[in-house]
Ligand binder design. Structure first.
Ligand SMILES: [Zn+2]
Length: 59
C-alpha cells in the first residue's frame, strides 16, 4: 500500500458513527419519544480507531 494512502481510520465497530440514539418505543410524559443515547465502546465516541501499535512503532 502506498504511503500516500489516507491515514484516517474509521472505527471498525461503528464505521464512523460513534453515537447513536435509539428509541425505546415508549413515550415520555410530555409526549416525546423516549430515547437512549449509546456511545460506541470500541472508540469511546471518537469515531476513529485508536492508533495501531505498528503505526506508533514507525514514528
Ligand atoms: Zn466506534
Amino acid at each position: 500500500m502506498p504511503e500516500t494512502a489516507t491515514r484516517t481510520r474509521r472505527c471498525r465497530d461503528c464505521d464512523g458513527f460513534p453515537t447513536v440514539v435509539i428509541t425505546t418505543g415508549r413515550t415520555a410524559f410530555d409526549g416525546t419519544r423516549q430515547t437512549i443515547k449509546v456511545t460506541c465502546r470500541t472508540c469511546h465516541g471518537t469515531g476513529t480507531a485508536p492508533a495501531g501499535t505498528r503505526e506508533a512503532a514507525r514514528v
